[in-house]
Design a protein around this ligand. Sequence first.
Ligand code: SF4
Length: 284
Amino acid sequence: KDFRNSVKPNWCPGCGDFSVQAAIQRAAANVGIEPHELAVVAGIGCSGRIAGYINSYGFHGIHGRALPLAQGLKMANRDLNVIASGGDGDGFAIGMGHTVHAIRRNVDMTYVVMDNQIYGLTKGQTSPRSAQGFITKSTPGGAIEPSLKPLEVALSSGATFVAQGFSTDIKELTALIEEGINHKGFSFINVFSPCVTYNKVNTYDWFKEHLTKLGDIEGYDASDRDLAMRTVMEKEGLVTGIIYQDKETPSYQEKLNGYAETPLVDADLSLSEAEFGELVKEFM
Ligand code: SF4
């Protein structure tokens, strides 16, 4: 299966998003799905262009709204593997309300955030993920607020799958996305994907110096939510690997009686004129 298409990404040379795209393509091939069985839905931002760069169904939506679109798609056609994607501005600023509700709803899909801690498409403004004191043209005196902590938010919102990757480690990132696709529920994967053009602080070298692989922490158990939260807080979110997975909680679809019987796309939704008239009367 080849998830590459002929569209050449116009990301800056060295942008972390190239690796995220490659990892999604490899993960989709490794789990054995076909291009027509995958839909990639993206919001707005440099990373949002990914929906057009993968040989699958793609939908480049509006700012912060990848998740409502993606959840609707999955609910209407359970046979599709749905991956929503976008940047930290898209998912943690304008789209944050959707992010926490999608997490707690546990629809069976995957959300990959390309977290570069800055707004790249609009030429380098402070994002909710920028560190306190971070200087850009929108915060010339340094960011006043502390940065948002997506892993803690996900864990406290009832996430059943939380992982974090780094775009230089494509092998690990591919494995995380594979696990996310195979997870029966909402899988949240945050990826440190450096913006080489505008973020001169959180660079590849900076992440290499600061990140810890969870696999290197003796006794780490990804099924223990309390341990996951403690570890993430102690390491200030600078970890990679599967942070938490709950394999028991049913997905949103599994909780819906009859959902699996007829996907909406296959249901006969046509109404006769008389039936339509009756329906209209109910609302009058
Ligand atoms: Fe990537 Fe930054 Fe360039 Fe956007 S501006 S394509 S995030 S390097």
